[in-house]
Design a protein around this ligand. Structure first.
Ligand code: SF4
Length: 393
């Protein structure tokens, strides 16, 4: 069996021209995840990022999350956001409220909304179509990435249509893409433990691939730290890599990016399991998170972009991820109510904060839209940095 040094040395020969020859196997990925020296792993992931996205630019997006309803019937154990139908804290936002939020986004130069909520059995298909067409009419320049696969599944069950028909109808009404939510761990053994009522990994991917076949924008997420093994984390990566190969070859439209973060364990029944011990045993700290990002960068050779997660890890750890495989720092969000309900305290970042984090890491901020089209590049330095930017090799 090869050691981590041999694997990293072999990986250092990877290039866009010989990618298939140097594709990282799941066995080698597990060795890197478990054994590789932290700094060596970060460096290898940074070098891979440079080969895939050369240069010193780090992208970000000005957008807003809108959680239009908290009514949900799925009861994921790690979720502190949802309320079951009939609960007195349920809400569903009106078209006017949603439009007002988008107007606020437009005022700060935003380019897209990421709208997701619970699986709400009270909303007919027509409600979603009217919502999207209403938004497109009032806010034509805003991209609409709305409704994760479990919501699409829920709509299809409520209205008795196939998920493909639902997606097609929503696209005609103005949908531009799907958020990557609800993937968590794409390993059914883990899903059954934490979200037994949620669809399995194949269903999540089937709906994403239907969206890709229609030309919609999609991204892939990964919440980890449910007590799964390293091999199961790699199984998730293997499944999305295989599916990405298929999507690119069939529709030339795969996931734009991959973003991972550890499960948040405050305020939810999953964190409170085992008399609260789960809160201390599960999730992941900064180092484990950074290892996860680095292995993802090396393994997902068919994903152009890897995002750092500032909402769950903080801006400083997100900066470190830029030196360990990530080439994008995510988005402003303006508000976030789903992940934050389980324990993150930071719900929004201004454009200036994201640019600050990128510049203070010695890199160049470049704003983008959800299709990763570059909008504005800011090469200015407001003042001399107190320490020189890191040397990027
Ligand atoms: S994570 Fe989504 S699907 Fe699960 S309970 Fe929360 S709102 Fe519902």
């Amino acid at each position: 069996m090869q050691g981590w040094q041999d694997i990293l040395s072999h990986q250092s020969k990877w290039s866009l021209d010989n990618a298939s020859e140097y594709r990282l196997s799941s066995e080698d990925a597990a060795i890197l995840y478990r054994d590789a020296d932290f700094h060596a792993l970060q460096k290898a992931a940074f070098q891979r990022r440079q080969k895939m996205n050369p240069g010193n630019k780090v992208t970000y997006m000005i957008d807003r999350n809108i959680n239009y309803t908290n009514i949900c019937t799925i009861n994921c154990q790690f979720c502190s956001f949802y309320r079951p139908p009939g609960h007195d804290e349920t809400y569903t936002q009106s078209f006017e409220e949603i439009s007002l939020r988008i107007s606020e986004l437009e005022e700060v130069g935003g380019v897209r909304i990421l709208m997701q909520g619970g699986v709400n059995p009270e909303l007919p298909f027509d409600w979603y179509c009217k919502l999207l067409s209403n938004i497109k009419k009032k806010h034509p320049s805003i991209l609409l990435d709305c409704f994760s696969p479990i919501e699409i599944d829920g709509i299809s069950q409520v209205c008795g249509m196939s998920t493909f028909e639902v997606l097609k109808g929503l696209q005609e009404a103005g949908l531009d893409g799907l958020p990557g939510g609800g993937a968590e761990m794409l390993v059914d053994e883990v899903r059954m433990n934490v979200s037994p009522k949620k669809h399995g990994h194949r269903e999540w991917m089937r709906i994403m691939q239907e969206a890709q076949s229609l030309g919609l924008t999609t991204s892939a997420t990964n919440v980890f730290g449910f007590g799964e093994s390293i091999e199961q984390r790699i199984e998730h990566l293997q499944f999305v890599r295989d599916s990405q190969d298929q999507s690119i070859s069939q529709w030339n439209n795969g996931f734009t990016s991959f973003i991972a973060w550890p499960v948040q364990l405050e305020n939810n029944s999953y964190g409170k399991r085992d008399a609260g011990r789960n809160k201390f045993l599960l999730g992941a700290g900064s180092i484990e998170y950074l290892r996860h990002v680095a292995v993802s960068r090396l393994f997902l050779d068919n994903f152009q972009h890897i995002q750092a997660s500032w909402p769950t890890m903080g801006m400083e750890v997100a900066q470190m991820a830029l030196f360990g495989g990530a080439d994008d720092i995510g988005s402003t969000m303006m508000e976030e109510n789903v992940v934050s309900a389980s324990g993150t305290s930071k719900l929004a970042a201004s454009e200036e904060e994201l640019k600050w984090a990128i510049k203070r890491a010695g890199m160049i901020p470049a704003s983008r839209d959800s299709r990763y089209r570059t909008l504005n590049v800011d090469e200015t330095t407001e003042r001399e940095l107190p320490c020189p930017p890191p040397v990027l090799t």
